[in-house]
Structure formats: structure tokens, C-alpha cells
Design a protein around this ligand. Structure first.
Ligand code: UT7
Length: 362
């Protein structure tokens, strides 16, 4: 038997119906559409309202259900579910256990993985390890966050950045030379001061004071994080490219964490890849933390072809960051006719979105 690789064989996704645009954001904090578009590149973000559902597991369950329906994979054949998130429904039980229970995945084990915005990158590596060990064949990797549950809508420095959403991929064993080929993952443990949620964990338990002091929200020093994100993601992309003989002429896609459109452009410039080879959806998805990479795959899936060379990169609290190299395993067009919930009334269709995206890239 040849070497076992772990390859993505399907993508599912889900975003809440409610769309918070910059106009509405300007009624919440002192900001403007011009500032947000120029400094961040976000126009609209999806927000999970209690009347639609609650918790990250709600969104991930929808995404996994779509993945299973679309691929036709037997739910009983799923060996594991990894949920990358930093907005767990509860400290315990895990978000993964809730998803497994909701969908009755009888033969799956599962766990949550917290690496902030780099979570999905780490989780893909974990899934690949499970598969390449030979003991597990099908692993679902979810990435997503209910960021509005920890966004301080009194802080204009952070609240325009974030949105809610989740997506997932099915990773399977293959002997073909496709799938996750290499990963370069890092943590420096020095990022606390610049990016954290101060209370709610065992170091500072919830209390009246922590609520009054608004310590259960994201705290970010944007400029410092920006500098680290640009440098560390760019370095990681260059490292993974050099290790695998990749360059601007043979990379098909860069999939960067959607934190700021200026960061994404800077990372693409560093490796010299033109922007029409960079997946970008920050304008209508915002920063969904662990959700950004799989949500990009979900939206770009019909454009992906077997053999595409893809570099993923992300950066998050910790600091955590890295890059992974993947050879894509199937023609995404095979799922083009699949009705996704994304088509639901009132939301832009996938065709319209690609047309818009291509025009913007010309
Ligand atoms: O996902 C995890 C990783 N996160 C990131 O990668 C995020 C990295 N950081 C960023 O994307 C950017 O630093 C931000 C988008 C957070 C901020 O953009 P910036 O260009 O770095 O702005 P700044 O923080 O340097 O602030 C510039 C000015 C300030 O005014 P003064 O002090 O110069 O008078 C802010 O008060 O912009 C002001 N400002 C705003 N103005 C209008 C900050 N937020 C807003 C706002 N609307 N929403």
C-alpha cells in the first residue's frame, strides 16, 4: 500500500440571514462606510440573531448537514469531527459533541480546537494526522465563530471587523498525490497584550465586576496586530512556498485569513501572486475568525480544479499563525448545481457573486 494522503472531498457552509451593513454600523458607533471600506474592506457582515439560532454549534451543524447532503456520504462512516472555534457554545460539553449529537453521527468521536483565527489551519493538520495514521478514513473539519457574541458594540476599533459564519470540509484518505502536503504552524505566546478576552476563563472568572468592566469582549490593539499579521503570514507563505517549489507562476490560489483587505493584499504582493489568484470574501463576510478559510473554499468551490496548488495562511490571537500547502483533489464544478442555503431569497446568488468578483478583479 502506498503513502496515505488526506484530501478534501467536499465543502459545506452556512451564514446567518441577518446582514449588518456599514450604514447600520454607523448608527451603533461613530464610524462611516468610507472609513470601514478604506481601512478594513468590509461592507456587510452576517450576524446570528437569537430568533434564528444560537451558538457556534448551530451554524456548524447547518454547514455539516449541507456537506453530508451534498456529498451523499453515509453519516455513519464519519470517524471524527474537529470544531475549530474560539466561541464555544459552552466551556463544556464541546461544540464538536453537540454537532455529532445534532446529526446523530453514530461512529464519530470529536473535539474542539482553539487557536483563534488560525484554528482551521491547525485543525486541518490534526485531521490529516488522524487520516495519515491509517486509523481514520473520514474526518470533518469545521471552522467558524459566533463573533458577535463577544464583540463590543461600544468599541468602534473592533466592532466593524467581525461577522458570524461557519463552514466545514470533509477530509478523506487517498493514495493519490493530492491533499494536504505540508504545513508550517507557529505560536509565539507573546500576543496576549495585543489581542485577548480578559475574563470568563479560569484566570479571571465571570463576576459582576468583569461584566461591568466589559471584559467578556474581544480586546485588540489593531496596529500592533496588523504589523504581526502582515509579517508573520507573509513569512509563513514564503517558507511553505520555498519548501515545496512554489512560486507566483505555479500557485493557483492563496487563501488568506480575512482580517483586513490590506493585509491580504500585502501577503499576495510578498509572494508576487496577482490578486485574481487570492480568495477574498471579507467585503461581505467580514472576519469570522476560524470561519474565514473554509468560508472562502465554500464560496470559491465551483472555480476549483483537481490539481490546483493552494496555499492557506492565517494569523490569530496567541499569537498563532502559519501556512499550509494543499493540492486540490476534485473539480468543484461537479457540485455547481447543488442548491446551497446561500441561494436563499434575499441573498446574492453564487453566479452574481462571481460575476461581481471577476469584475472587481479586472
Ligand atoms: O483576526 C485576528 C487578527 N486581526 C487582525 O489582523 C486585525 C489587524 N488590525 C487591523 O486590521 C487594523 O489595525 C484595524 C482595522 C483594527 C484598524 O485600522 P488602522 O488603520 O490600524 O487604524 P488605527 O487603529 O491606527 O486608527 C486610526 C484612526 C484613529 O483615530 P486617531 O487616533 O488617529 O485620531 C482611530 O480612533 O482611526 C480611528 N478609528 C476609526 N474611525 C472611524 C478607529 N476605528 C474607527 C472606526 N471608524 N470604526
Amino acid at each position: 500500500m502506498g503513502r496515505i494522503n488526506a484530501v478534501i472531498t467536499g465543502v459545506g457552509g452556512w451564514v446567518p440571514t441577518y446582514i449588518l451593513d456599514n450604514e447600520e454600523m454607523s448608527t451603533i458607533v461613530d464610524t462611516s462606510d468610507e472609513w470601514i471600506m478604506e481601512r478594513i474592506g468590509v461592507k456587510t457582515r452576517h450576524i446570528l440573531k437569537p430568533e434564528e439560532g444560537t451558538g457556534t454549534s448551530f451554524m456548524m451543524t447547518k454547514a455539516v448537514k449541507q456537506l453530508l447532503d451534498k456529498t451523499g456520504v453515509d453519516p455513519d462512516s464519519i470517524d471524527a469531527v474537529i470544531a475549530a472555534t474560539c466561541t464555544f457554545d459552552y466551556h463544556f460539553p464541546s461544540t464538536a459533541s453537540l454537532i455529532i449529537g445534532n446529526l446523530d453521527l453514530k461512529n464519530a468521536f470529536g473535539f474542539d480546537l482553539e487557536a483563534a483565527c488560525a484554528g482551521f489551519l491547525y485543525a486541518m493538520e490534526q485531521a490529516a494526522s488522524l487520516i495519515c495514521s491509517g486509523r481514520h478514513k473520514r474526518v470533518i473539519v469545521c471552522g467558524g465563530d459566533h463573533m458577535s457574541s463577544m464583540t463590543n458594540y461600544q468599541d468602534r476599533n473592533t466592532c466593524p471587523i467581525f461577522g458570524d459564519g461557519a463552514a466545514c470540509v470533509l477530509m478523506e484518505a487517498t493514495e493519490e498525490e493530492v491533499g494536504l502536503i505540508d504545513s508550517y504552524l507557529r505560536v509565539d505566546g507573546k500576543g496576549y497584550d495585543n489581542l485577548h478576552m480578559a475574563a470568563g476563563g479560569s484566570a479571571r472568572m465571570p463576576s459582576h465586576e468583569t461584566v461591568d468592566e466589559r471584559l467578556h469582549f474581544v480586546y485588540q490593539e489593531g496596529r500592533a496586530v496588523f504589523k504581526h499579521a502582515v509579517t508573520d503570514m507573509s513569512d509563513a507563505v514564503v517558507t511553505i512556498a520555498q519548501r515545496n517549489g512554489l512560486n507566483k507562476d505555479n500557485v493557483t490560489w492563496i487563501v488568506p485569513h480575512q482580517a483586513n483587505v490590506r493585509i491580504e493584499s500585502a501577503v499576495a504582493r510578498r509572494i508576487g501572486v496577482s490578486e485574481d489568484h487570492v480568495m477574498i470574501n471579507i467585503d461581505h463576510m467580514a472576519n469570522t475568525s476560524s470561519g474565514t478559510l473554509p468560508l472562502c473554499l465554500w464560496e470559491y468551490e465551483p472555480l476549483l480544479k483537481k490539481g490546483d496548488k493552494i496555499i492557506f495562511t492565517a494569523f490569530g490571537a496567541g499569537f498563532t499563525w502559519g501556512a499550509s500547502y494543499m493540492i486540490w483533489g476534485y473539480d468543484g464544478s461537479k457540485f455547481a448545481d447543488t442548491p446551497a442555503e446561500f441561494y436563499k431569497e434575499g441573498m446574492i446568488s453564487r453566479e452574481e457573486w462571481y460575476a461581481k468578483r471577476r469584475k472587481a478583479q479586472q
